[in-house]
Write a protein that binds this ligand. Sequence first.
Ligand code: FAD
Length: 259
Amino acid sequence: MKVLVLVKQVPDTATQVKVGSDPRAIATTGITWIVSPYDEFAVEEALRIREKRGTGEVVAVSGGPERVKEALRSCLAMGADRAVHVLDPALEGADTLTTARVLAAVIQQEAPQLVLTGRQAIDDDTGAVGAQVAELLGWPCLSWIMEEAIAEDGATVRAGRQVEGALELFDLPLPCVLTAQKGLNEPRYPTLKGIMGAKKKEIKELGPGDLGVNVDGPQLELVRLEALPPRPPGRIIPGEPKEAVRELVRVLREEAKAI
Ligand SMILES: Cc1cc2nc3c(=O)[nH]c(=O)nc-3n(C[C@H](O)[C@H](O)[C@H](O)COP(=O)(O)OP(=O)(O)OC[C@H]3O[C@@H](n4cnc5c(N)ncnc54)[C@H](O)[C@@H]3O)c2cc1C
């Protein structure tokens, strides 16, 4: 079974994000880039499917600038068989639908039986691309999955998503799109052998025109990013607990108007 995983490269979670000189983008100097964590669950699940079935192929796909190849190398080091990088400067700041159109065109070329994505990318947090890709392909989509089991004949998948106090179980025909939630699995660390082996694996580069997608006219335009005002400093209420609690309640009621 061929499984295709959509992977977005995002700033490391420890990055102190700052608005750049162009207020529509963040300042990228000094940023460490990583595979979006939810996409790591998706890659891990794809590898487990291949291992469980004893056959198949895992293809990692990412759209973005040259640096995105590092994210794809990480997926190859984890165990993906090969990767596809869509590189098109015209798509800088592309909205989710444009991105989804590009990714759907890659999926049509590759014709996998299953597409896995993260539930959302941890930088822009829109959580839209997986569902949009499925809609463009006319495939079923289940978001935020916590478990999946593909039927032996490879025709259907049973997948579960956690809701308040329960697990909802769905049966979907393949091909379909599943978006991964934390808890689906524990992503593996690449081994040294995996890292070395990744250098020899193929990253196919697709440029403008290779996909025949019309990427004009994004539906969403980012106006600007605004830094949040700094948080006011904390306040310690001194004194004996009894008086301090009385004062705390007064402050919460009269000043903060929180109670
Ligand atoms: C060829 C190309 C070049 C691009 N170049 C730039 C650029 O230079 N600068 C810039 O700011 N933006 C660029 N973009 C757009 C950007 O990377 C995002 O894809 C888009 O904004 C959607 O991100 P999101 O966080 O809103 O997605 P979400 O909907 O939150 O993501 C959900 C899931 O969809 C998948 N996904 C999302 N984006 C991608 C992606 N790009 N590739 C593979 N899987 C993805 C992941 O599995 C992710 O977990 C480019 C997009 C493409 C296709």
